[in-house]
Design a protein. Structure first.
Length: 134
């Protein structure tokens, strides 16, 4: 944390696992600024019980960016700065988190400030792993 904001370091595979069990269908939105570096910002997700990773930015330091990944039964769609950049039938990625089925964030060689993290349920039932306030 830096001045009340979540900030990643410049490590090769910095990750943060979010304590929330994902529903079957959902949308996951980030607002962030890559502070420096030329590598990527990633959203770690789960589709059909399998983990996957979406790189949503690479090497565009200094400006506020927004990414939304929409996970549905038959596909995953990615929007960056309100432009659709990917629409595909999901495939498993290789950025593993400590516990499968949970969302996460990742950066690779790019210190990044995460300004907002939002997850919206569309179908199914997600739940926090810990009670609010802990």
């Amino acid at each position: 944390m830096e001045n009340g904001r979540l900030v990643s370091d410049g490590g090769r595979a910095s990750r943060l696992q979010l304590p929330y069990v994902l529903p079957e269908e959902y949308s996951f939105t980030l607002e962030f600024i890559q502070r420096s570096g030329s590598d990527g910002v990633h959203q770690m997700l789960c589709h059909g019980g399998s983990p996957l990773v979406c790189r949503v930015a690479k090497g565009e330091s200094g400006r506020v960016r927004t990414s939304t990944v929409e996970v549905r039964k038959d596909r995953v769609t990615v929007h960056v700065d309100n432009q659709k950049v990917l629409d595909w039938k999901a495939d498993i990625g290789d950025w593993r988190l400590r516990q499968e089925g949970l969302p996460g964030l990742g950066t690779s060689g790019s210190p990044t400030e995460f300004r907002k993290i939002r997850l919206f349920q569309v179908a199914g039932k997600g739940r926090p792993l810990r009670p609010r306030g802990n």
